[in-house]
Design a protein around this ligand. Structure first.
Ligand code: KIV
Length: 308
């Protein structure tokens, strides 16, 4: 069987581990809906995160804190339906993993109801016990340390690079080691100085996936709207590879102009029926629709529903 004939197989955390062991840099993107997930999957992305950034970039909340389990599951199902190969990771929302019981129940919903293959949990040392319990129950877990948006209210509210002082750098290293020991298969490092991210990456034996953490991480993750150039805000760590905002705004204006001018829909976007059949339906002859003829179908000649 040639490579192109082989059935597409869903990637697993072992495949990600293999990429890491082979020294391949691992790309991951967020997605929240079916068509975007399909584009990413067809392009060959190995990991898709249904991030709780959903709240800000797709649902219009001011932060991720308001995102609920039901919202996450709804979008996870759409992403899973749009993918055949990518490993789909569901992001456990704020307060959905405060106890091991709650975490196990909600992680189970991501896997059983949402169809995800793994979950992501924010927090280092403070979340290690939860990560360990999930991994022991058979749930693959991705950690997330550095700037953890769900704890923003406890972290001073303002988005800030983490680990810049001596004590903070040591704490972050301990966080990374605790999450690795708890059994996570990878760790997101968000907003971490590149030198510290490089040290953490070199001391771990699981991949680090960076966002705003420099090039030395084992992989990189971006929020899809930043990559596509959608939205009014572009974080410093993001690079837009398209200007979908501009493209979509131009398409909207062009379509509105065509509707206003009467040039949409045109013949290509319109269906016709057999005129004779319409004459029959309306009880008129071909002469009745000759140019200049009085339209006798209006009024008494239009069959009423009860006559049909
Ligand atoms: O929710 C999200 O998109 C994330 C990424 C920033 C890693 O957690």
């Amino acid at each position: 069987m040639s490579a192109s004939e082989q059935p597409v197989r869903r990637l697993t955390t072992s495949d990600i581990g293999r990429m890491y062991a082979d020294g391949e840099r691992i790309p991951m993107l967020t997605a929240y809906d079916f068509p975007t997930a399909k584009i990413l999957d067809d392009a060959g992305i190995p990991m898709i995160l249904v991030g709780d950034s959903l709240g800000q970039v797709a649902l219009g909340y001011e932060s991720t804190v308001r995102v609920t389990m039901d919202e996450m599951l709804h979008h996870t199902r759409a992403v899973v339906r749009g993918t055949r190969r990518a490993l789909v990771i569901g992001d456990m929302p704020f307060l959905s993993y405060s106890t091991t019981e709650e975490a196990t129940e909600n992680a189970g919903r991501f896997l059983q109801d949402g169809g995800a293959q793994a979950v992501k949990i924010e927090g280092g040392v403070r979340s290690a016990r939860i990560v360990e319990a999930l991994v022991k129950s058979g749930v693959p877990v991705m950690g997330h340390i550095g700037w953890t948006p769900q704890s923003q209210h406890g972290m001073g509210g303002k988005v800030k690079v983490q680990g810049k002082s001596r004590d903070d750098a040591r704490a972050l290293l301990s966080d990374a080691i605790a999450i690795q020991q708890a059994g996570a298969f990878a760790i997101v490092l968000e907003l971490v100085p590149e030198q510290l991210a490089a040290v953490i990456t070199s001391r771990l034996r699981i991949p680090t996936i960076g966002i705003g953490a420099g090039p030395a991480c084992s992989g990189q993750v971006q929020v899809i709207t930043d990559l596509f150039g959608l939205g009014d805000f572009k974080p410093k760590h993001a690079r837009a590879y398209a200007d979908l905002q501009g493209t979509l705004a131009a398409a909207t204006r062009a379509w509105m102009a065509d509707v206003t001018a009467g040039s949409f829909p045109g013949p290509a976007e319109t269906v016709r029926m057999d005129d004779a059949v319409l004459d029959e339906a309306l009880g008129r002859t071909a002469d009745d629709r000759a140019p200049g003829a009085v339209d006798r179908s209006v009024g008494s000649l239009i069959p009423l529903d009860r006559d049909l």
